[in-house]
Write a protein that binds this ligand. Sequence first.
Ligand SMILES: NC(=O)c1ccc[n+]([C@@H]2O[C@H](COP(=O)([O-])OP(=O)(O)OC[C@H]3O[C@@H](n4cnc5c(N)ncnc54)[C@H](OP(=O)(O)O)[C@@H]3O)[C@@H](O)[C@H]2O)c1
Length: 293
Amino acid sequence: MKIVLIGKNGQLGWEFQRILPGLGEMIALGRDELDVSDHASIQKTLIRLRPDLIINTSAYTEVDLAETQVELAMGINAIAPGVMAEAARQIQAVFIHYSTDYVFDGKNNRPYIENDPTHPLSVYGKSKLMGEENTKRSGDAYLILRTSWVYSLRGNSFVNKVLGWSRKNKTLKIVSDQVSSPTWARLLAETTTQALAACKENLLDEIRERRGIYHLTASGYTSRYEWARRILACDPNPTEQLVQTIEPVPSGEFPTPAQRPLFSALDCGKFFNEFGLRLPSWEESLQLAMANT
Ligand SMILES: NC(=O)c1ccc[n+]([C@@H]2O[C@H](COP(=O)([O-])OP(=O)(O)OC[C@H]3O[C@@H](n4cnc5c(N)ncnc54)[C@H](OP(=O)(O)O)[C@@H]3O)[C@@H](O)[C@H]2O)c1
């Protein structure tokens, strides 16, 4: 099986680079090899490479900047996935794409299911929702996996930010009214790959039959405040921490250009019913991730 991975240097893309070679011949593309804001070159590259499987982990993920860089965010998050889905259909490849809990407005009082009404509050959320719609319109054998609060121990994730702040400050103020499921990029990549591996013999037909939107996050949910507390509790080098107090504060204390949903946990029952897989709890995942550093 020939696999094209798009967005190889992101949190999720990096984890896929580790695991996909076990599934087939991987061609991993970063921004330098394929700029996904250049839609003609997406089409040309995919038709030339003719993979059996396309995994798109590229995205414009600067939620606040997207409020002003609307055209760029739309080009990458809304239009590019539709172009990839269309190319996949032409070459009879499976297309895997990721979306976000930010397609919802966060006013639910229970985890969202896939066909709950969407109502994004931000340009980022709107652009990702349009990416879903364009994928559905152009795609054939595709999965759209909505996930939330993705982190890894590489780069500028919330986990590394909290660790960094804890070394410079005695008091941390962390938002306590935003609730969702922190999801370790490695487990997201592994679980997606496991689901695909189980269908490997007849991948195109199996995914075509099951095509659609699925929620896939760690089990359980929490606030950013509780997440930060747990990050510090799992810190492999606690003696480096200066922090003495972690204070819960409302989102209003840190006004941001983009509005975020307050409660955006996702119910992952549909993915479990269809593929027999679920991610561990966010607490177990975090412990595993941080023991790995
Ligand atoms: N992060 C979250 O909290 C979160 C939450 C819910 C859903 N998601 C979704 O999950 C997926 C993976 O997210 P992630 O956290 O892995 O994102 P990430 O770490 O921000 O990675 C995104 C990747 O996209 C690449 N990219 C951006 N613009 C590009 C362009 N014009 N051409 C080619 N590549 C481009 C970036 O390239 P460079 O490395 O060159 O910048 C980066 O490697 C995305 O679909 C995202 O929307 C993420």
